[in-house]
Design a protein around this ligand. Sequence first.
Ligand SMILES: [Zn+2]
Length: 412
Amino acid sequence: MKNRFDQELETRLVRYAAIDSQSDETSPSTPSTDVQFDMLNLLRQELTEIGAQDVQMTGDSVVVATIPGTADGPTIGFLAHVDTAPQFNATGVKPRVIKGYNGGEITFPDDPDLVLSPEEHPYLAKKIGHDLITASGTTLLGGDDKAGVSILMTMARHLLENIDIPHGPIRIAFTPDEEIGRGVSEQLPKDLGADFAYTLDGQELGEIEYESFSADRAVIKITGVSIHPGLAKDKMVNAAHLAAKIVQTLPQATMTPEVTDGRQGFIHVTDMNGGSSEMEIKLILRDFEMDALEAQREIVRQVCAAVQATEPRATISCDISHQYRNMRYWLEKDMTPVDLAREACREQGIEPISVPIRGGTDGSRLTEFGTPTPNIFTGMQCIHGPLEWISVQDMAIATETCLSLVGKAARS
Ligand SMILES: [Zn+2]
């Protein structure tokens, strides 16, 4: 079960995870936080040290580099994101390694109430004997996506040291701000210069994903009529009441995140802000199919129109905009990148699994912008929270899968 890359992967993840590189949705800058430069600059330096070529930081703060081909073949891109999720504390991460997991409950030094149990997490029960990495209880680990970073750095180091291994040109990219959906600009396909690419940002062993949600966002603005409440009779129009009516009229027993799974889409009210004079409601719309997404847009517009009709003195506007699209629409036309990853996975004795992602990845936008980019597993589990953990041996299999993949893609 021990693998030649175990020690390097463990050392890298422990080192990278201790660096705070959390992104921040509320920040307008690129990257959204300065701390992400700590990871980006470090990786730029390490790529140079291991002998990667064309190492540079793009105008969008993406670190890119080339592993020169030793054989003919398509140029393959590999991406991982350096930011960690804003949903949970990511400052002062203290990674800890559990060697040879014994199958029992895992407790955390900095939070005695926190327990990671194999009963509640069946995937953990499969990892007896593995070396696991967790945080200390008060932070997330950030294996999402520093596991991907560790896997790609290990692969790059290995290929650059062993130039007798045949593979085509490889491009590596480390992106900021994936967790807040701002990691991929329209410029990235050009900066990457790959025929197709992979994100290393999946979870369970064997996951080769090529379907994500198609996603829109909606912003509803309601302007009422404001007047001193003591003088308001027959004059005031309270925007808060109209906002409540809109939310009440939207689907609740169907088409919400809390009642859907699998291939079902949803309309999700994420925010409501304001007061009696003005209110703003933010929603996200998600489905795997474009016609269903269009139907959701129509529902939101119709609900706004219906509530508007009850109160002509108010103004209700509804702005719906594009976020990202299901990468399947492009990948199903040419499944070569998916098939290659699946074959490479089978070569490790793992049967690939392709489950539609109920979210988006950097690959969703990259694929839409012209570089087909499925997602490959890393082993990360219980992400975005204090229970986050990962098996070093899962990461090693992901590394071996990437190596098989580049070998298979090379034309001998
Ligand atoms: Zn991720």
